[in-house]
Design a protein around this ligand. Structure first.
Ligand code: BGC
Length: 867
C-alpha cells in the first residue's frame, strides 16, 4: 500500500506560497511493500477545501512520475489560497485516500511592478546616519474581519508590527538582492493581530545592505541609495465579504526608533528608554513628522524567492572565561552566525556592551583583529523598569565568544543565549563513520554552511565582507546540495547573477555585486570575470540540475551561461587558451610565495582548465535542453581547448609543465589528459603529495577535486591518508586545534599558535568544506546518475579503505531517503543500501568490475575486500 509523505509545490514543501502561473508539483511516496509502485496519480486543485469548484482536475494519469508535474488548469488568481489534493493508485490497483494540502498565491504582479508607493522618513536625509525608523499609520476596523494579509518590502531592512506585535518570524527581510533592479517582498497573515477599532500599522526600518556600510576595506556606503524606504499593501477581507485595501502613502508618519544605530558589520545601539507604548504612539501620531512618498516603478518586485531567514537554534554558553582585564567572556562552544539575546535588570540608562569574536588570542583575550573594520559591537541602554529581554534588530554577528564589556544589574551567564540564524532549508544529508575526528569535521562543514547561508551564500559571516563570492559558492555547491535542500536558495541567488551579468557576458566576483560601485580611482582589480569564480554561472545551475533533477535551473540560466562562455571564448588566445585578465587563481594555496594569497599554479593553466570545464558542461546542458546545434558547437570547442591545453601544458614525456598538485588535479578532473598519460600524471600527483609529507597544498580551485581525482584514478588510499592526516596542513589539523567550523586558511592558526595575518583570516569560511561532497559521494558513495538525475537512478560507489571501519550516510532526495552503510569485518565488507520506491539503483562493488542492480527498499550484500 502506498502513502504520500510530502507534497511540494515548485520544490517548496506545502503549505507554501508561490508567485507563479504554472507551478510544478512533486510528492514522495512510501510503501509498506517495496514491490508496489505508483501506477497512476490524480491531482485536483480548488479554491475551497470542499473542492466544489475545480481549477484543475488532472483525472487519473497513468504514470509513475512523482516529481515536477506541471499544472495545467485554469489561470490562478493572485492573493488566493488554493487547496491541492493528490491520490495515487498502485500497481495492485489499490487507490490511496486523497492527501490534502494547500498553497497561496502572492500578488502575481503585472510586469513585476509594485502597485503602491514607497515611503521614507522625511528626516532620513543624512547619508551617515544608521538609525532605525518607525513608519506608522492608524486605521479603524469597524466590523469583524475574515482575513487580513500584508505584502511588504523595504529598501533597507524592516520588521512589520501591528498594534505593537511583530508580524511573521522572518529576519533581515527583504533579504539581499540586486536592489538596483530587483527587490523581494514578503507576505504576512496578520488576521490574529487585528483588533476592533484603532489599529496601529508600523514598519520598523533599518539601514541594512541598502544604505549601510559594505566592503569595509573599500569604504563603500549607501551604494544603492542614501535613504531607506518602506512599503506595504494590506488586504482586509471583512466577514461580510467587503474588501478593503490599505497601503503606505503620504498620510503615514515617521520618527526615529529606539535603534540609535545599526549596521550589519558593526552591530547595534539601542536605547530602551525611547520605547513608546502603542497608546503613546497613537496619541502623538498627529504631531510627528511626515514621510516622503515615491513610486518605484523601475524596480522589479518579486515575491520572496528563496527560503526566509529564521531563528534556527538556541545555544547556551558552555563556559565563562576571564580576559586579561578580568572581564567576562562567554564561550558558546560553537562558531555561529546569529545574535545574542539577554535579559537584564538594570537602572535606566545603564549600558550593556558586548563584543563578538570567533577565537581568543594567546592571552585569552577576545581576538577581533580578523574582523578588520567590522565592530560586531552591541550596546543596550536599559529602560530601568524591571527585567528587560532584548536582541538586536538589523544586524548579525559571526562569533563563538562574547566579551561582556559592560553589564548592568545582577549578572549571570544564564541571562545569555545565542540565536542561530540561517535561511530555512530542509536538512538532507548526514554522514558518520568510525573516526570521531572525521565526524567532527563533517559537523564543522555543516556549521560552516549554516553560518554562510544567510539569504545569500557568503564567504564568511564575521568580518567587513560577508559577500556572495561566486568562487566560494561554486566550490561548495555540491556539498551544500547534499547537506540541505538548497534549490530555491540558489535559484534566488542565480536570478541576481543573471540580473548583474555585464553586457560583455562577464560575471561579477560577488553577487549581489558591490564592486561595481567602487569608484574607478579606488579599483585595484576588475570587478568581474575571474576564472573559477565567474564559472559559478555554469557550474551552479548544472549542479542544481543534477541534484534536484529540475531542468528549470538550466533553462532559466541558459542565456547567462552561454554569454559567459562566449566571454571566455572572446578573451582566450585563438579562442582556446585563456591567458589574460585578472584571476584569483588557486586562491590561498600553500605553494605560493610565503604570505601571498595566490597559489603557484599559473593563471593560464587554471583559466584554460576552467574554461574547458565550463564548455564541457555547456555541451551537456545543451543536450539536456535539446539544443542540438549548441551541443555540437560546444563539443567541438571543448576538443579544441583540450588539444590546446595539452599542447601548452603537457610535455612530450606526458608530464605536466606545471609541477603543482592543483595543476595535476585540474588537468585530470576536467579530463584534459589523453588516456595514455593519465597513469603517469596520477603517479606524479602522488609523488607531489609524498614530497609534501603526505600533505595537500592546494587552494580554492584544486582542493575541491583533489580527493575525487585520487579516488577516480585508483588512489583512494592516498585520498584517505589526506583525509586522516592531522598535521598541518590538513582538514583534521583544524579539528585537532579546536575548530568548530571550516577555516579560510589551512594555517589560520599556525602550529606554533600564532595566527595568519589579520587581514584575511576567517574561521568560518565554507570553501574547504567542499570535502563534504567527497565524503558523501565517494567514501559513502551516494550519487545520482547523470542520465536520470535528481537521484531517480541512484549510483552507489562506496570506497571502504583502511583507516575507517564503518561509514553510515543518508540523503533525502526528491524521491525520498537514500542511505548506505558499509562495515569492514576481517576481510569482508557488508553493505546495507536503501533506495526509495520509484527509483532504481546500482551498487558498484569496490575493487571489482561487479555492478549490482538495487531494488527499492533495503538490500544487504557482503563481499571480500582487500584491506
Ligand atoms: C574572500 C574569498 C574570496 C576571495 C577572492 C576573499 O576576500 O573572503 O573567500 O573568494 O576574496 O579571492
Amino acid at each position: 500500500m502506498l502513502s504520500i509523505t510530502r507534497i511540494q509545490c515548485n520544490q517548496k514543501t506545502t503549505p507554501t506560497m508561490i508567485d507563479h502561473q504554472n507551478p510544478k508539483f512533486s510528492w514522495t511516496v512510501e510503501s509498506d511493500d517495496d514491490g508496489t509502485k505508483q501506477y497512476s496519480y490524480e491531482i485536483q486543485i480548488s479554491d475551497s477545501p470542499a473542492f466544489s469548484k475545480l481549477y484543475w482536475d488532472s483525472n487519473e494519469v497513468i504514470s509513475n512520475q512523482t516529481h515536477l508535474i506541471a499544472y495545467a488548469g485554469q489561470q490562478l488568481q493572485p492573493d488566493c489560497t488554493y487547496f491541492l489534493r493528490v491520490r495515487l493508485t498502485d500497481t495492485d490497483k489499490i487507490t490511496t485516500h486523497w492527501v490534502l494540502t494547500s498553497f497561496n498565491t502572492a500578488l502575481m504582479l503585472a510586469n513585476d511592478r509594485w502597485p503602491v508607493p514607497f515611503i521614507s522618513p522625511i528626516e532620513d536625509t543624512e547619508f551617515d546616519v544608521s538609525c532605525g525608523w518607525y513608519l506608522m499609520h492608524s486605521i479603524k476596523i469597524e466590523k469583524p474581519v475574515q482575513r487580513v494579509v500584508v505584502y511588504a518590502s523595504a529598501l533597507g531592512m524592516y520588521e512589520l508590527y501591528i498594534n505593537g506585535k511583530r508580524a511573521g518570524k522572518q529576519e533581515f527581510s527583504p533579504g539581499w538582492t540586486d536592489y538596483k533592479r530587483r527587490l523581494q517582498y514578503q507576505w504576512y497573515d496578520v488576521t490574529a493581530l487585528i483588533e476592533p477599532g484603532e489599529n496601529l500599522l508600523m514598519g520598523h526600518l533599518g539601514t541594512g545592505w541598502y544604505k549601510g556600510d559594505l566592503g569595509g576595506w573599500l569604504d563603500l556606503r549607501g551604494i544603492y541609495g542614501s535613504r531607506n524606504w518602506f512599503s506595504m499593501l494590506m488586504h482586509i477581507e471583512y466577514e461580510d465579504a467587503v474588501l478593503q485595501t490599505v497601503s503606505t502613502d503620504e498620510k503615514w508618519k515617521s520618527c526615529r526608533s529606539p535603534v540609535l544605530y545599526s549596521e550589519i558589520y558593526h552591530g547595534e545601539v539601542y536605547d530602551a528608554q525611547q520605547q513608546r507604548t502603542v497608546q503613546e504612539i497613537k496619541r502623538d501620531l498627529m504631531h510627528i513628522s511626515s514621510v516622503v512618498c515615491e513610486k518605484k516603478d523601475s524596480l522589479c518586485m518579486v515575491y520572496q524567492e528563496g527560503p526566509e531567514v529564521l531563528e534556527q537554534e538556541i545555544i547556551k554558553p558552555v563556559a565563562e572565561l576571564r580576559d586579561s582585564k578580568g572581564r567576562i567572556i562567554l564561550d558558546f562552544g560553537q562558531n555561529i552566525t546569529g545574535q545574542v539575546r539577554f535579559s537584564v535588570t538594570g537602572n535606566a540608562g545603564e549600558c550593556v556592551r558586548l563584543y563578538h569574536g570567533e577565537i581568543l588570542d594567546q592571552n585569552g583575550d577576545l581576538y577581533t583583529e580578523n574582523l578588520r573594520t567590522a565592530k560586531q559591537k552591541i550596546e543596550y541602554l536599559c529602560r530601568g523598569d524591571g527585567t528587560e529581554i532584548w536582541k538586536p534588530h538589523f544586524t548579525f554577528q559571526g562569533f563563538r565568544y562574547v566579551l561582556i564589556d559592560k553589564f548592568s544589574g545582577e549578572y549571570s551567564a544564564e541571562r545569555f543565549e545565542a540565536i542561530v540564524y540561517h535561511s530555512d532549508m530542509d536538512r538532507t544529508g548526514h554522514f558518520s563513520c568510525s573516526d570521531s575526528r572525521v565526524n567532527k569535521l563533517f559537523k564543522n562543514i555543516v556549521w560552516g554552511m549554516k553560518g554562510n547561508f544567510l539569504d545569500i551564500p557568503t564567504d564568511c559571516p564575521q568580518r567587513d565582507e560577508r559577500l556572495g563570492w561566486t568562487g566560494d559558492a561554486q566550490v561548495f555547491i555540491n556539498t551544500a546540495c547534499r547537506l540541505y535542500d538548497t534549490g530555491t536558495f540558489f535559484q534566488k541567488w542565480l536570478a541576481d547573477m543573471r540580473s548583474e551579468q555585464h553586457a560583455d557576458g562577464g560575471i561579477p566576483h560577488v553577487i549581489p555585486d558591490i564592486f561595481e560601485s567602487v569608484p574607478e580611482e579606488k579599483r585595484s582589480i576588475p570587478s568581474a570575470s575571474a576564472t573559477g569564480w565567474a564559472d559559478a554561472a555554469v557550474i551552479c545551475p548544472w549542479e542544481l540540475y543534477l541534484q534536484y533533477g529540475n531542468t528549470t535551473y538550466l533553462s532559466e540560466n541558459y542565456d547567462m551561461m552561454r554569454r559567459w562562455v562566449s566571454y571566455m571564448e572572446q578573451h582566450a588566445t585563438d579562442k582556446v587558451i585563456w591567458d589574460s585578465g585578472f584571476h584569483f587563481g588557486d586562491w590561498l594555496a600553500l605553494d605560493g610565495e610565503p604570505g601571498s594569497y595566490f597559489g603557484a599554479t599559473p593563471n593560464d593553466l587554471t583559466a584554460t582548465a576552467f574554461y574547458a570545464n565550463s564548455v564541457k558542461i555547456m555541451e551537456k546542458i545543451a543536450a539536456v535542453l535539446h539544443r542540438v546545434e549548441d551541443e555540437t558547437y560546444y563539443h567541438a570547442l571543448h576538443d579544441q581547448i583540450a588539444e590546446a591545453f595539452c599542447a601548452r601544458f603537457l610535455k612530450e614525456d606526458g608530464s605536466l609543465t606545471v609541477q603543482t598538485q592543483t595543476a595535476h588535479v585540474l588537468a585530470l578532473h576536467f579530463e584534459l589528459i589523453p588516456e595514455r598519460f593519465i597513469s603517469g600524471i596520477i603517479d606524479n600527483l602522488v609523488v607531489l603529495i609524498e614530497k609534501a609529507g603526505m600533505h595537500l597544498n592546494t587552494g580554492f580551485l584544486g582542493t575541491p577535486y583533489l580527493c575525487d581525482v585520487l579516488t577516480n584514478h585508483g588512489r583512494c588510499d592516498i585520498a584517505y591518508q589526506l583525509l586522516l592526516q592531522d598535521t598541518f596542513p590538513s582538514w583534521l589539523y583544524q579539528v585537532k586545534h579546536g575548530a568548530t567550523t571550516i577555516w579560510e586558511h589551512w594555517d589560520g592558526i599556525k602550529p606554533d599558535g600564532s595566527l595568519w595575518s589579520p587581514d584575511m583570516n576567517s574561521f568560518n569560511h565554507y570553501a574547504y568544506g567542499s570535502i563534504g561532497a567527497w565524503l558523501m559521494g565517494k567514501v559513502a558513495g551516494i550519487n545520482t546518475s547523470e542520465q536520470k538525475c535528481g537521484y531517480h537512478q541512484v549510483c552507489f560507489t562506496p570506497h571502504p579503505m583502511k583507516g575507517l571501519e564503518w561509514v553510515s550516510a543518508s540523503q533525502e532526495t526528491p524521491y525520498g531517503k537514500v542511505s548506505l552503510q558499509w562495515e569492514m569485518k576481517d576481510d569482508t565488507c557488508e553493505f546495507i543500501v536503501t533506495i526509495p520506491i520509484q527509483t532504481t539503483g546500482t551498487l558498484q562493488i569496490p575493487q571489482t568490475e561487479e555492478i549490482l542492480d538495487i531494488k527499492p527498499g533495503i538490500s544487504r550484500f557482503r563481499r571480500k575486500i582487500i584491506w
